[in-house]
Design a protein around this ligand. Structure first.
Ligand code: CND
Ligand code: ZN
Ligand code: ZN
Length: 413
């Protein structure tokens, strides 16, 4: 589950980060800001539709919600499209803890409707992607050249709010929580400026929404976290939207052999289309799959990735990489409060074991570049999108994921 630590910096007032906030708002400044905002809705509460999760293990309820205007350092976004990721489902089934009731969704793209005081990096009309891992630019993590898990995140000890500790959503008179600073299952959402980034105006939002989570998480796990080397051998456990994106990354990095591992053989054809050189199902073998993989590769793979979110497959993925030089990356989100026990010898002989949120990418820095790379055909997104549904059919989209029939369903508003 996401809730494993405590971030004491969360109570900091984010508006302190914004130099413009310190400037007293003059009448002229006010007029300028209003001018740039959408005049018909700016500063007003917007009533719109959202998918509210009132209780665990229950369907989403499409409700009319009130979305308050953005306060200082906040941005209100009109959502255009959102993907459905397995992490949203982990919340529904209780594996990831977040406060309820909640508006889920973290893989979206939209257009800025209005901005709060002091916001400088986006303006109304901009195409944007909300960031489920913010980039405040000020914390120790943001200042670290490699790290990306900004301390202003709402994944550890989730409060389900924007940075000032309150929510901008209400429904039937009750406050509704935000989800990991995004809440894309709503026609309008409010996020902090540190949790949104402007992208190219030419970007098709119904596709690049996947760059908000699934694609970047998988791709970055290969190219940035594992740093897959040309000519290497990789094993990818789990061939959903994130795992297939890991395969795209392994291929882009020049891997010579990419072995897909999944119990659902219907996933094999697409995995091969995207770069897997072979695919295997653990159910076809009597011995543990790490032994099979070690035999197939003469001692173990160079890089392995767990992109399912199960403890047993995390252990298998670690064991299948070479004992002297293999690297294994955890990408899947593990269930609740369970621990994984492994023998230290597995690491002592030379393996590296790591994990990352959002493919190790610093979100604000990387997303505009990834969108630009998509626009110049450096990688595909279309093969990942198997279904497109109107937003109101969100429950149907989750059924497709749970039954293994979809890779990504994109909901359009
Ligand atoms: P999705 O459910 O689409 O894919 C998982 C795949 O795993 C499916 O194809 C399953 O058939 C397969 N699978 C299930 N059980 C087994 C098993 N025992 N052995 C082999 N294969 C199996 O999920 P997704 O691709 O959307 O997400 C994958 C994981 O990544 C999931 O745990 C999600 O929560 C996590 C994730 C992580 C991050 C991050 O920042 N690290 C961001 N988003 C999602
Ligand atoms: Zn996700
Ligand atoms: Zn930060």
């Amino acid at each position: 589950m996401w809730r494993i630590g405590h971030d004491s910096s969360k109570s900091d007032n984010i508006s302190a980060l914004c130099p413009q906030k310190a400037r007293k708002s003059t009448r002229i400044h006010h007029i300028c800001r209003e001018d740039r905002n959408n005049m018909s809705t700016a500063g007003k509460v917007i009533k719109c539709k959202a998918a509210v999760l009132w209780e665990l293990k229950k369907p989403f309820s499409i409700e009319e919600v009130e979305v308050a205007p953005p306060k200082a350092s906040e941005v209100r976004i009109k959502m255009v499209a959102t993907g459905i990721c397995r992490s949203d489902d982990h919340v529904v089934n209780g594996s990831i803890f977040v406060p309820l009731p909640v508006i889920l969704g973290h893989e979206g793209a939209g257009i800025v409707e209005s901005i709060g005081e002091g916001v400088t990096t986006v303006k109304p009309g901009d195409k944007v992607i909300p960031l489920f891992t913010p980039q405040c630019g000020k914390c120790a993590v943001c200042k670290h050249p490699e790290a990306n898990f900004c301390m202003k995140n709402d994944l550890f000890n989730p409060r389900g709010t924007v940075q000032d500790g309150t929510t901008r959503f209400t429904c039937r008179g009750k406050p509704i929580h935000h989800f990991i600073t995004t809440s894309t299952f709503s026609e309008y959402t409010v996020v902090d400026e540190i949790s949104v980034v402007k992208i190219d105006a030419a970007a098709p939002l119904e596709k690049v929404c996947l760059i908000g989570c699934g694609f970047s998480t998988g791709y970055g796990s290969a190219v940035k976290v594992a740093k897959v080397k040309p000519g290497s051998t990789c094993a990818v456990f789990g061939l959903g939207g994130v795992g297939l994106s890991t395969i795209i990354g392994c291929k882009a990095a020049g891997a010579a052999r990419i072995i897909g591992v999944d119990i659902n053989k219907d996933k094999f054809a697409k995995a091969k289309e995207l770069g897997a050189t072979e695919c295997i199902s653990p159910q076809d073998f009597k011995k543990p799959i790490h032994e099979v993989l070690k035999e197939m590769t003469g001692g173990g793979v160079d890089f392995s990735f767990e992109v399912i979110g199960r403890l047993d497959t995390m252990a298998e993925a670690l064991s299948c990489c070479h004992e002297a030089y293999g690297t294994s990356v955890i990408v899947g989100v593990p269930p609740g409060s369970e621990n994984l026990s492994v023998h230290p010898m597995l690491l002592l002989t030379g393996r590296t074991w790591k994990g990352a949120i959002f493919g190790g990418f610093k979100s604000k820095d990387s997303i505009p570049k990834l969108v630009a790379d998509f626009l110049t055909n450096k990688f595909p997104l279309d093969p990942l999108i198997t279904h497109v549904l109107p937003f109101e059919k969100v429950n149907e989209g989750f059924d497709l994921l749970r039954s293994g029939k979809s890779i990504r369903t994109v909901l359009k508003f």
